[in-house]
Design a binder for this molecule. Structure first.
Ligand SMILES: Nc1ncnc2c1ncn2[C@@H]1O[C@H](COP(=O)(O)OP(=O)(O)OP(=O)(O)O)[C@@H](O)[C@H]1O
Ligand SMILES: [Mg+2]
Length: 426
């Protein structure tokens, strides 16, 4: 575990933005001391496709965060995502030396569980224990010290394409950064927005970013399912650009300012102005027309999420419903639409469980970066020198605008609509 005074840095290299968040470990948690953001240009659907552009974004974000925190950043916990990522449940068995489980036995059984047959171009990035079985006793969370002869472990393995892993590491290293660990982005987001109770009761976290939608499912406190859908907020922007016959940059601005995921939530009298292109004059359109473009796209996305949850086999165990993260969930009406499609309680998740400059990270778009920081703070000592200190007592430089999160209280009722819909579709 990190010690008070240690500096940890989370680096989220997203499809639309790169974010670095610096935190200092205190007596009861991590305090955010710096946040730096830069536009990402070198990624497609969560995956690095242009090293030079990605390096530029990382340098900018890290420099801004370092300046604000007054530290020189040397080591980061970096996120990895994309549809090359796969999650699979696995299992290991070993005999217990000396009839009492030691930490060596736990290491051996996890090592065995990670040995699955895999193509050479893939590698394991996480071995996440779900529970242990000592002889016949299952559901054991902490087996060390228990008596028995046979130790089994159930784990969730996350694997990724070697080339994608190497490209993220390469970009960070070109910026002079050491990557302490690469962490699956939705795992980090979940770390930031889910409560331990929700993970125990059963919950799905859906992170809708610019290029991808990531889904992770927790049951009985453990990660049991991971999936990636290669669609995100940029697809909606493209639909709006086509539907309104306007450039993508303008469509993005219109989406952010006037977008709504549900037509029924928009006042029929509301209108918006669409600037003309190529010398044509501006047009006025009904805001409901904009929502009529957004609703089918978001509806389609949540139907894919519903299918993933259904196919995972854990749908009936999600008593805590679904928590939304990622910038695209800031679209007005998104939780309401998600509830209609999924028929489960939905809440927007904003990063929690950190102190310091929390106002700067109060948005679902910051979930991954804050989660990476929180993840880093719980890791063993080897990675603790996350940032070389070199404090210079710089004046904090607060960046212009940080999106404030619209945090809605979750809807407590677990609807039946989800099941009706599944029956209809499958
Ligand atoms: N207020 C808003 N309304 C609608 N969409 C929004 C809003 N704010 C941000 N977005 C959308 O959120 C998306 C960016 O989200 P986020 O920052 O989580 O993505 P990312 O981490 O860069 O991408 P990814 O996780 O897919 O690699 C963009 O498509 C942007 O248009
Ligand atoms: Mg993201």
């Amino acid at each position: 575990m990190a010690k008070p005074g240690d500096i940890i840095v989370g680096l989220d290299i997203g499809t639309t933005k790169t974010l670095a968040v610096v935190g200092e470990v205190g007596a009861d948690g991590v305090d955010i001391t710096g946040v730096g953001e830069a536009r990402s240009k070198g990624l497609r659907k969560g995956v690095v496709v242009n090293i030079e552009s990605t390096v530029t974004s990382i340098k900018e974000a890290v420099e801004r965060a370092g300046n604000m925190a007054g530290v020189e950043i040397a080591t980061v916990y970096a996120g990895i995502a994309g549809s090359h990522v796969r999650g699979v449940n696995s299992h290991g068995i070993v005999s217990i030396a000396n009839h009492e489980v030691s930490s060596d036995d736990v290491e051996r059984v996890l090592d065995q569980a990670r040995r699955i047959s895999m193509p050479l171009d893939r590698q394991v990035i996480h071995v996440l224990p779900q529970d242990y079985i000592v002889d016949q006793q299952d559901g054991v969370r902490e087996p060390v010290g228990m008596s028995g002869v046979r130790l089994e472990a159930r784990v969730h393995l996350v694997t990724a394409a070697v080339a994608s892993v190497q490209n993220v590491t390469k970009c960070a290293e070109r910026c002079g950064l050491h990557v302490a660990e690469l962490v699956l982005e939705p795992l980090a987001s979940a770390e930031a927005v889910l409560t331990e109770d929700e993970k125990e009761i059963g919950v799905a976290m859906v992170d809708i970013g610019g290029g991808t939608t990531d889904v992770v499912v927790y049951v009985d406190g453990a990660l049991v399912h991971t999936a990636v859908i290669p669609l995100g907020g940029m697809n909606l922007t493209n639909d709006i650009a086509t539907g309104l016959r306007t450039p993508v940059g303008e469509a993005e601005r219109i989406k952010l300012r006037h977008g709504c995921a549900l037509q029924s939530m928009v006042d029929p009298g509301d209108s918006i102005e669409v600037p003309g292109v190529g010398g044509r004059g501006a047009r006025t359109i009904a805001r409901q027309y904009l929502a009529s473009i957004a609703e089918p796209r978001m509806d389609e996305l949540f139907r894919l999420v519903a299918k993933i949850i259904h196919d995972s086999g854990y749908a009936e165990l999600l008593g805590a419903g679904v928590v939304l993260a990622g910038g695209a969930t800031l679209l007005e009406g998104t939780p309401e639409l998600a509830e209609q499609v999924l028929g489960m309680p939905i809440r927007r998740g904003i990063p929690m469980g950190v102190g310091g400059m929390v106002e700067m990270v109060k948005s679902p778009a910051y979930a991954t970066a804050v989660g990476l920081l929180k993840y880093g703070a719980t890791r063993p000592a080897k990675a603790e020198k996350a940032a070389a200190v070199g404090r210079q007592l710089l004046q904090p430089q607060v960046p212009a605008a940080v999106q404030a999160a619209a945090m809605d209280p979750s809807n407590p009722k677990l609807g039946t609509k989800f099941w009706e819909w599944l029956r209809e579709v499958f």
